[in-house]
Every structure is written in structure tokens, then in C-alpha cells.
Ligand binder design. Sequence first.
Ligand code: ADP
Length: 492
Amino acid sequence: MIPEVVKIFLLQNKEKQGYFCLQLSDDLTVKQIYGKPQQLGLTQPYIDENILNILPGFLPEMYKEEFEIPFYNLNENNVCNIYFINESGDKLLIFVDKSEIFQVTQKYQQFAHEDNISKNKFKRIAQELEQAKQSLKKSNQEKATLIAMLSHELGTPLTSILGYCELLLEKDKDNHNLKTIHRNSVYLQHLIENTLLFGKTEVGSMATQIETVDVSDFLASLVDTILPAALEKDIFISSQSCQESSINIDVTRTKQILINLLNNAIKYSNYGSVVISCNITCDHYEFLVSDTGIGIDEEQKQAIFNPWERVNKNDGKGSGIGLFISQKLANAIGGQLRLKESTKNIGSVFQLVLPASKVTINQVDENLSLASGLQGKTLLVIDDDQDVLDLIEAFLEKTQLNTICALSFLDAQSILLKTNVDLVLTDLNVGTTLAPTFLEELRNNNNNISVVLMSAMPSKQIKNQFIENGFKEVMSKPFNYNKLLSTIITHI
Ligand code: ADP
């Protein structure tokens, strides 16, 4: 029978688990055993066995006073609270089983430890993601700068090519070769502009430029551009337009989208024909590009508009970015681009729907009539590229504007001291000096003449910064006769 004193002790200490008790003599040998020590994994002690053998880590001095040892490891599997009480001369050693609680606690500790590891892991992944984001941002910025610089480098010679081509065309309007160079140069010019816009992710906020074009001419010019590729694959290409009519569209963007669709139609056809058509209603224009090509699987129909998405990843035919950009461009000019229908091995039809815009004034005619007002005025053009200077001079030959050219800011300053100039047109980099430095010097000398900047970096942000610096306008390179004239008329 377990002594009453032990039961009371356990009650007071709120101990409810299994237990056993050893009663010790004064010489610390076992006098009595209550309960079953084996249940706690302890070898059954025998009477008169010294307690120091049973609990070897305990010194004899410990038994001079009552003590309590929580969570004592009896062996690998069993843990117990040990209480030593000395009740009216009875030395009682009580073992209360704590194995289960200990295991649960251990599990909690394990969880907590794992949780900590997970948290640290999560922290590390978050840090790695942040680093990746930063390096991506940096490389994106570098890419944008590279695109801006490239477009500058491409834009400058293109201005000369385009300009001289326009001049030659004036003398020989029907020269097919010149017309082809001109058409492709214009296309290249717009491509550079759009690449820049896309690089800066400004596609969504792109300003549209609506022009009036004859629909048959427009479609025919697209067919003309794509004809060599079609001929190479022996594919018949044609255009169809129901009405003979003019349409008001953003020619550059629409052309870019349709050329992309036509290129794809040829790329993904092995034989047959490609047709581009336009249906006109009072509120929209519907362009259809149909082919007799390989077609697209049902599951792929939406995915093809995702960036880098390609049906046959290894056919070496493209990058998977064309439809993505085209759809963005279509949305930016208020339209919709979609795959209207496609059947495997039969062909596909892509549809571009654009809103019908209002007719705009023919700016060329307007500018020409305004150009008469330039008589007696003087323009100073500064550029270290003699080709550009020659071109601007040639452009302005038929106006009555007095044009003076300078190859450096130093020359320009001495011209400004001697001559009454009405407007200055300058390149951004002239020699090793930047136009803002030149402008600052002018203002320091109390010269308030209007200065227009020519630059091939037409990002909105940079433009605004130059305007804040005091330039009247930033004219994007490459420019054409019409743009040059309208800029001069506005600021002179
Ligand atoms: P790319 O042609 O450079 O791969 P696109 O974005 O223009 O990129 O097209 C995405 C994918 O859509 C192509 O890889 C091709 O699998 C599919 N596709 C586009 N146009 C056609 C078409 N006319 N016929 C069949 N598949 C097409």
C-alpha cells in the first residue's frame, strides 16, 4: 500500500501521472518498494540495494535535505520527476512518469526548431528574390539605356538616308527603287521609335498619330513589303478591299501590326496563299490576315499572345514576341487583335479591329502655305555632322528662310555675335560639348533666343527635362521635311 503521505504529496504537487516510490533507510538502502519501477523502464531494485547504485549520479550528501529534480532521464525512453521527501524520519524517493509530456514537449521543440528553420529559409529566399529583383531592374535599366543609345546611333544616319531619298524623290517621283528605299527607311524609322517606346514600356500610353490613307494603296504597300518573303516560299499573296475608300488610321502602328501578321502567315505556311483584306463600317475597320498554313491547336490559341510563347519551340522560326507586341500596339491605338479562327493543317485567320477615326487636316499642305511667312527670317543650325547640315539646308531651300550652318558651338557663338538670328536648331552633342552647356552660356550672356534641340533619344522624361532646361522643343531624329518645317514655323 502506497503510504498516505506520498498520496497527499502528489495531490499537493498536482502530479497525476504514473509513479512509484522507494522508501530508504538512513544508510540509503532500499527499505520498501511501492508501485512498479519496471513500468518506467527501471530494473526492479531489490531490498537493501543502495540507492547510489540505482541512481548513480546522485551524491549521498543530497539525501540530507528534501529535493526535487524535474525531467530526469531514467533511460532512453523514460523521463520522470524525482522528489525526495523526508516525512517524520521516513525517507521517500518518488518517481513520477513524465515520459509522455517530455515527448510532446520535445516534439513542440522540434516543431519550433523546424519552424525557425523554415522562417530563416523563407527570409533567405525573400532576400534572394529581392537581390534578383534589383539585378533585374538594373539590367533592365542598362537595356533601356542601350536601346536609347542604339536608336540614337541608328537614327542619325537614317535621317540622312531618309532626307536625301525625299529630295531625290522630289525630282524623280516615280523611281521605283527610290520609293522602295524610302518606304523601308520610313518603316525602319518607325520601328526604331516603337522599339524605344516598347523598351520603356510606354506602349500603353502611346500617343496615336492618325493619318488619312487610301485603303487599297495601304494594303498594296503592305503586300509590296512582304512580297519578297512570299516569293521565296512560292506563296501567293494578295490584298482585297471591298470599297474604294480612305481610312483614318495610325499608319505606323497599324502597319507594324499587319506586317507582323503577314510575316507570320508566310512563316507558318508551306504552300498556298495569304490574303489581307479590309472591311469598313461606319465605326470601325476590320483587317483580316488569312493563310493556308499549319494552323494552331485549340489549347494553344490563347497562349500564342503571351510573351515568348511558341507552339513549336524548336522550329527555329521565331522568338514568340511578335504577337505579344502586336496585341499591345493594337490596344494602345484603341483596337483589338485576336485569332479569329484556325484549323490544324488548314490555316488561320487573324483579325485586327480598329476604331474609325475622324479625318485630320493634311498637314503638308497647311505647312507649305505657312512657310511663306518665313521670308526674311534667319535660322542657325548647329551640328557636327556635315551630312545633316547639308540635308537641312536642302530641305529648306524652297522656303524663303535664311539658313546659316555651324559645325561647332564656338562657330555658332561668333555667328550669333555678328548676325541677327531668329531661331537656333542644334544637335545634342556637338564635338565634345553638350547643347545644355551652350544654352547656359547663351543665357549668361543675356541672349534669350529660342533654341530647339534635335535628339534621337525621345523618351518623354528626357524631353521634359530638356524643356525644363530652357529648350523650346525637342525634335526627334530622324525627322522629315514636314516635321522640320512645322517645328520651325512654331518657334521662329
Ligand atoms: P514568333 O513567330 O516569332 O514565334 P509570334 O508571337 O509572332 O512569335 O507568334 C507566336 C506563336 O504563334 C508562333 O511561334 C507560332 O507557333 C504561332 N503562330 C503565329 N502566327 C501563326 C500562323 N499564322 N499560323 C500558325 N501559327 C502561328
